[in-house]
Design a protein around this ligand. Sequence first.
Ligand SMILES: Cc1cc2nc3c(=O)[nH]c(=O)nc-3n(C[C@H](O)[C@H](O)[C@H](O)COP(=O)(O)O)c2cc1C
Length: 159
Amino acid sequence: MAKLLIAYYTRSGNTKKMAEEVATGAREASGVQVELMPVDQVSPDDLLSFDGILMGSPVYYGTMAAELKSLIDRSVKHHGKLAGKVGGAFATSGGPGGGNETTVLDIVKAMLVHGMIVQGDAEGDHYGPIAVGAPDARSQKECRRFGRRMAELSANVAG
Ligand SMILES: Cc1cc2nc3c(=O)[nH]c(=O)nc-3n(C[C@H](O)[C@H](O)[C@H](O)COP(=O)(O)O)c2cc1C
C-alpha cells in the first residue's frame, strides 16, 4: 500500500483546516494510507517512508513558515533519497494578493531540488490549493481534489 504524508504548520488553524480537507480527498483514493501530521512531529527520517509528501503552510512574509523550512533544510541529510517521490504544496494567506501562490511555489521548488515528482493541475488551482484565511467552500473543494489526485499519483508511482 502506498503511503502519503500531509505535513502542515499552523498558528491559528487555517492551514490545519486545509490539511484536513486534503486528507479527506486523499482517503477517497484506494490503496493509499494517509497520515496527517503537524510539521513539528515530522523528522527528516520520517520522510523516507512515504511515497508522497504534501506540505502546507501559512504565508509568512510571502513565503513558508520557518518551521516548515526547517524540516526542508534538515532533510538535506537524505538529499537524493527523496527523488521519485510525489510532492505537492498548499498555503493560506491573510489577503488575496498576500503570497499564497508564491508560498506554494517556494515549497514546490524545494521538492524539485530533491528530485520529487510535482504534478500541476490544468483545471483546479494550478500550483496547489490556496486559501485566503480559513478555507472557504471553493478552497475546500480544491483541497479535496488535490488530496485525491496526489494520493492516486502516489499509488501509481509506488506501483
Ligand atoms: C509572521 C506572520 C507573517 C505573515 N505574513 C503574511 C504575508 O506576507 N501575506 C499575507 O497575506 N498574510 C500574511 N500573514 C497572515 C497569515 O498568512 C494568515 O493569517 C494565514 O491564514 C494563517 O494561517 P494559520 O491559521 O494556519 O496560522 C502573516 C501572519 C504572520 C503571523
